[in-house]
Write a protein that binds this ligand. Sequence first.
Ligand code: GLU
Length: 325
Amino acid sequence: MADAPDVVGRLAPSPTGRLHLGHARSFLIAWWSARAQGGRVVLRIEDLDGERVKPGATDLVLEDLAWLGLDWDGEPLLQTRRAPAHREALASLVQQGLAYPCVCTRREISEAASAPHGDTGERPYPGTCRGRYASVDEARAATGREPAIRLAVDPSRGPVAFEDAIQGTCAVDVAAAAGDFVIGRKDGKAAYQLATPLDDAHQAVTEVVRGADLVPSAGRQALVLESLGLDVPHQAHVGLVESADGLRLAKRAGALSLEELRGSGVSPERIATWAAASVGRVAAGAPRPASAWIDGFTLQSVPPHPTRLAPEDPLGPLPLMPPDH
Ligand code: GLU
């Protein structure tokens, strides 16, 4: 095993329900990559989104990860515990003029904005509140509304480009797709786009491995890190797992959760071996545990496209490439 103690990978689940096969595959790949480089793996529970967080889900997520055969170094970090640091970062960005308070309602934005387009279908924010209020207090006093905080995105900057270990060169045109995006919510909590990169930096993460649906977020988060004067970790975005009918697992109700698979007698070795086969490892013979696939793992062999599950037996032989990709 290469000795590179500086590599720090991370697992960053949201406690919004049980983990499914797509999560399992991304987490295995993140863990294999860090461990194969002799690195550490930190765990962060992304429990900021109060409405989506389910009571008791954190324990179940920890149980699912451990059942899968994954481990991590140190105590899990609960993102809600980082609220003071998040607030401090938001205040500092506003104070430096790199972010600003916004009192627009969703309705006002959709009335003022152009048609939705761009990488996530969101409407680029038309910039209504940019330069309008000198401080959060002033915005609140002038309107009686609780302001959100938006990062000021330079419209002339062009796409944010980064090298992704799996997807290759990525270019995310944040100004065109989102404009000045929300980094602080009206309820005073940090938005995902601020909390995640800031906490990655706090946990000294050097390698972010996660689902390819987050490539657009990677562009936004690179801008947040740049504004905060922090380094952008290496990026690797894993193609999503699709059901046999081509749907994203997250979109299917009760979609192949680890709990469900475990209940029907599927072993964690079987899941690890299926995930290993999906990244080009030869998986002949008896299924092997997650730890057996560390040696020889490299992100370079992870395909960029989605992985489609076999129709009869989801963990059966994998199609090499889904027909429409
Ligand atoms: N917590 C996010 C999720 O479970 C992942 C965030 C990230 O990896 O940046 O979808």
